[in-house]
Design a protein around this ligand. Structure first.
Ligand SMILES: NC(=O)c1ccc[n+]([C@@H]2O[C@H](COP(=O)([O-])OP(=O)(O)OC[C@H]3O[C@@H](n4cnc5c(N)ncnc54)[C@H](O)[C@@H]3O)[C@@H](O)[C@H]2O)c1
Length: 359
């Protein structure tokens, strides 16, 4: 089987964890089960078949460096899981647009390097799949890189809460170009969203009524610092809230559901804490509640899913399937083109991987 030539947009903590993971799992081929991942192989592609060949950022501390160094440059602070050898991939200067928000502008100095011609770099580097890891609120920048990916004939995994796969006009652009897109906004491996959804589904299946719920998240990385800027959170809020609302028997009133990132706590570093509360009624309308606290390494949680999304995207590229991949998007993302219960989305994704379902 071939390799998957990967380009990364935004060399932050998610990129760092993902690239380290490729090296962490190197040489673990042929085993039926390996810890920490859903699939050792997808369509014949192992984790170490993913080769980063291009990367874009705008931070002067990252642009111009080899990708193996840039993934450890401040403000990145994700946990170290593997040594990454020199990759021979220089981080190129992208286009800033709306990538840097109010809170990150005091942390990041924009590189003085000339903007790269992104589509040309993607083409010249023979990139198969582009992963978008831009900060929340990068509406213009996401659309810019998505357009460049289309121009260069690449598949696109949209890990962030900007609507591309779930937006009819953008989905059509990818379908017309016969290029696959998975999105939007990664649903982390054992993150607040999937835990909240599964509990919601459980209540529904057991006949319990949910009256109110909240999900509060705090963390100490730049993702959380950036999200202090409320104006950047419009689509994040929709993505996270709809991910839970879609699993309810009947939609809750807006005031009865609060789902969102809530604060930046620097000393938490790369950890993220999620606090979930569900209040409702059981048999005879007798009240009950669930209180849950999740404590996770935020970026490993992202990579455990993105590692499969990249491979599903390449499988679709090989088959020349264009447009949104409904099954992997619904299992891997918070805001897919169509929502399903996670058990159904998992089944559909397994069928996609087995070649029994086109998208
Ligand atoms: N569990 C998770 O971590 C998780 C889950 C779902 C979604 N996401 C999303 O993934 C995205 C990435 O998260 P992260 O923790 O890596 O963020 P991060 O802040 O660590 O990294 C973002 C990177 O993008 C760079 N950047 C900013 N503007 C740019 C531009 N115009 N062009 C190129 N690069 C630019 C920054 O310099 C930085 O290196 C966020 O939107 C986050 O919300 C993360």
């Amino acid at each position: 089987m071939g390799k998957i030539r990967l380009a990364i947009v935004g060399v932050g903590n998610c990129a760092s964890s993902l690239i380290q993971g490729i090296y962490y799992y190197k040489g673990k081929a042929g085993k039926e089960f390996i810890s920490g991942v859903m699939h050792n192989e997808i369509g014949g592609y192992r984790i170490d078949d993913i080769e980063p060949v291009a990367a874009f950022d705008v931070d002067a501390g990252k642009v111009g460096k080899d990708l193996s160094e840039a993934i450890f440059a401040a403000p990145n602070n994700t946990v170290k899981t593997a040594k990454v050898p020199k990759l021979g991939v220089t981080v190129m200067m992208g286009s800033v647009l709306d990538g840097i928000g109010e809170y990150m502008s005091s942390v990041i100095s924009v590189s003085p390097d000339k903007n790269a011609n992104v589509a040309k770099v993607l083409k010249d580097s023979k990139v198969d799949v582009v992963v978008n890891f831009l900060p929340v609120g990068s509406a213009k920048a996401t659309r810019f890189y998505a357009e460049e990916a289309i121009k260069a004939g690449c598949g696109f995994v949209n890990a962030i809460p900007e609507f591309i796969a779930s937006d009819a006009a953008w989905e059509k652009k990818f379908r017309d170009a016969r290029l696959p897109v998975i999105g939007d906004d990664t649903k982390s491996q054992v993150g607040s969203t999937i835990v909240h959804r599964v509990l919601t589904d459980l209540c529904k299946n057991r006949g319990a009524v949910i009256d109110h719920t909240y999900q509060l998240n705090v963390g100490g990385n730049s993702d959380f610092k950036n999200m202090l800027e409320r104006a950047r959170l419009k689509s994040k809020k929709i993505s996270k809230t709809e991910a839970v609302q879609s699993q309810m028997r009947a939609r809750l009133e807006d005031d009865d559901i609060h789902v969102g990132p809530s604060d930046y706590v620097p000393w938490l570093d790369s950890r993220k804490l999620g606090f979930i509360r569900i209040e409702g009624r059981l048999f005879g309308d007798v009240p009950f509640n669930i209180e849950l606290r999740l404590d996770v390494e935020d970026k490993a949680n992202s990579s455990g899913v993105v590692i499969d999304a990249i491979r599903c995207c390449k499988v679709a590229m090989d088959k020349k399937i264009g447009g949104a991949l409904v099954s992997p998007s619904s299992y891997f993302c918070k805001h897919p083109p169509q929502q399903f219960a996670d058990s159904d989305a998992q089944k559909m994704t397994e069928e996609f991987i087995a070649g029994k379902r086109e998208r």
